[in-house]
Design a protein around this ligand. Structure first.
Ligand code: FES
Ligand SMILES: [Fe+2]
Length: 356
């Protein structure tokens, strides 16, 4: 059997070859990983009869989609089944969806209801006249959609850790939203997210609020969880006695779900990063903020997000430039600090090897 590109044993493994970060054909091939589960929206963004175009999903996958709250939350195609007009371009509240082109009307569940001048059409309407429905999964008020049959999201792994948080009741705060553009490959953004190794070097302010010696990383199928411990006296979670981390001073849970979703849980609430691959050399990162208790956002690891983000971006852009070097190709992993990066590279390399 040929050896894995990224060895399973982190102690001997080498990082992904640098061409993974700039080669256009590798970038294009790996885009297929984005058609699986993607974060769509939180319940607090969906009032009754809300119809919201998921522009970020379209940026990521190219597929125009909407999320709709009728009797249920549904994720539907944003393309009229008649001749392909885009149905909705702005969020709105309506009890039906009507196409502006020739008036085809759909129920919020996606079924075609009315269409003028089609009385003589034979075999009409049929199933294909309804809007396409995408798979949807909801975890604690967070809605996810998928464009393909894919593995389930790893909630079973996470419920024990997160059931104490009533994420359902958090409220979207648009003042915390950001849209960053970075001159680097999307996988460098993920690599950087998946290790706290750089915190003492790159983030002096964050390093003061975290106890670096207690930082830990757990890997599981489809994701990585990093746990940041609070420095003495800093803001921490109030954990119930039954919680697996009870007795520890936890400042933040950093959860990454493959390939591009980052959920940063702080005592004040949730800051979510969605990584959007634009090209092999450019990435967008969207921030979404969901607040539980804003008064806790002024101190601790969750209080300096913009500072930390800029520090990360500067480093990532520098690393991206280095990927074109003729002498640098692959590095090694710290067995104690880079388990998350290793896990991500293993997933990517296996997908890549299956393609070629
Ligand atoms: S394209 Fe929608 S009704 Fe014709
Ligand atoms: Fe960082």
């Amino acid at each position: 059997m040929p050896e894995d590109l990224v060895a399973a044993d982190i102690r001997v493994a080498k990082t992904l070859p640098s061409k993974f970060y700039y080669d256009k054909s590798i970038f294009d091939s790996l885009l297929s990983v984005f058609s699986g589960w993607q974060y769509a929206a939180h319940d607090s963004e969906l009032e009754a009869n809300a119809i919201v175009p998921l522009n970020h999903i379209e940026s990521i996958t190219g597929e125009p989609t909407i999320i709709v709250k009728g009797n249920e939350v549904e994720c539907l195609s944003n393309i009229c089944t008649h001749r392909g007009m885009r149905l909705i371009s702005q969020p709105c509240n309506k009890s039906t969806l009507q196409c502006e082109y020739h008036g085809r009307t759909f129920a919020l569940e996606g079924n075609m209801k009315r269409m003028p001048e089609f009385e003589q059409a034979i075999g009409f309407p049929s199933e294909s006249d309804n809007l396409h429905k995408f798979a949807i999964d909801t975890w604690k008020g967070l809605h996810f959609i998928s464009q393909e049959d894919t593995q389930q999201l790893p909630w079973a792994e996470l419920n024990e850790r997160f059931e104490f948080l009533d994420i359902e009741s958090y409220v979207h705060d648009p003042t915390r939203d950001r849209d960053h553009s970075i001159a680097a490959n999307w996988m460098l953004y993920v690599d950087n997210y998946l290790e706290g190794f750089h915190i003492p070097f790159v983030h002096p302010e964050l390093n003061q609020t975290l106890d670096y010696s207690g930082y830990s990383t757990e890997v599981f199928e489809g994701g990585v969880l990093q746990i940041g411990k609070a420095s003495e006296g800093d803001v921490k979670f109030d954990l119930p006695e039954t919680h697996p981390d009870f007795g520890q001073e936890i400042a933040a849970y950093y959860l990454w779900l493959f390939p591009n979703m980052m959920f940063n849980f702080y005592p004040w609430g949730l800051s979510l990063n969605i990584v959007i691959p634009v090209s092999s050399e450019e990435t967008r990162v969207l921030y979404r903020g969901y607040v539980k208790d804003a008064t806790l956002a002024e101190k601790g690891a969750g209080s300096i997000l913009d500072t930390v983000e800029i520090q990360d971006q500067n480093i990532i852009e520098e690393v991206h430039k280095s990927m074109h070097s003729k002498v640098y190709d692959r590095g090694r992993y710290s067995p104690t600090r880079e388990q998350g990066v290793h896990h991500f590279h293993r997933i990517i390399s296996k997908i890549y090897e299956q393609m070629f």
